[in-house]
Design a protein around this ligand. Structure first.
Ligand code: PGA
Length: 250
């Protein structure tokens, strides 16, 4: 695990975007694993800026998103499909057919999970997976207690996760209680994983991830210690509780 420490969120976003751009330039048919939430927004802004200025080409790039709420129409203002369109897809030259997100509104959720697992295999696997981290250590919507062996599956969202995401909705009651998410097994199959963490509210989770190496299903992000190519980009605030000697120890 490599740790890149930045002084602030802007710098974090720039460094993350530079890594994604390198993957895209090295392989114009790369598969990008993307995330929603507050953390990757700045990265997407930098990707858009770079696309407009340097014409980085996404015409043959494919994307695979981590998760989607259940029971939400893909065109709903709060769907992750809408989030991705607004924050990235509409602003770069990616083909819509190459942007993959679980469908949260299907009759058979089990079939949708299997379809998504097969799709990832069919397009050659994920080259770089962007991840945020929940305050409880979740990655994607893999909440504490999720077996590391899980592939794409349905989850019941914890109260804390719904509370954290209520900021995007009118009321916490409107936050769906279930989601479909890539499993930890899928995430660990990515060739490169980029974990982003910004702000004091992530400091405890980052301390648990980096101060020790205890790998436990009670803390999903700890599964990342099992992967050989993880880059953590975090700002000072997110690393504030990480022991000084550990900040570059990996
Ligand atoms: P955030 O969410 O980027 O909005 O903080 C991260 C997560 O919950 O995985």
């Amino acid at each position: 695990m490599e740790i890149i420490r930045t002084s602030n969120y802007m710098e974090l976003s720039l460094k993350a975007a530079q890594m994604v751009i390198k993957v895209v330039n090295d392989n114009p048919k790369a598969v990008l694993g993307l995330a929603t939430g507050g953390t990757p927004k700045g990265t997407y802004e930098k990707l858009i800026k770079d696309h407009k200025e340097n014409h980085t080409d996404y015409s043959n790039i494919q994307t695979v998103n981590l998760d989607e709420y259940l029971g939400i129409d893909p065109d709903d203002a709060n769907s992750y499909r809408t989030f991705m369109k607004q924050h990235l897809f509409n602003e770069i030259n990616i083909q819509e057919k190459n942007t993959h997100i679980p469908n949260g509104q299907v009759d058979n959720y089990e079939n949708e999970c299997q379809r998504y697992d097969h799709l990832i295999q069919d397009i050659g696997g994920i080259d770089i997976q962007l991840l945020g981290i929940g305050q409880n250590g979740h990655i994607g919507f893999n909440e504490p207690g999720t077996p590391f062996s899980e592939t794409t599956h349905i989850v019941n969202l914890t109260h804390d996760t719904r509370k954290a995401n209520a900021r995007f909705f009118k009321d916490i009651k409107d936050v769906p209680s279930q989601a479909i998410t890539l499993g930890i097994k899928n995430i660990l199959e990515s060739r490169l994983i980029l974990l982003l963490a910004s702000g004091e509210n992530k400091a405890k989770a980052m301390a648990r991830l980096l101060n020790g190496r205890d790998i436990s299903e009670s803390f999903p992000a700890s599964a990342l210690h099992l992967h050989e190519h993880v880059v953590v980009i975090a700002d000072e605030a997110a690393l504030s509780l990480v022991d000084k000697q550990k900040r570059s120890a990996y």
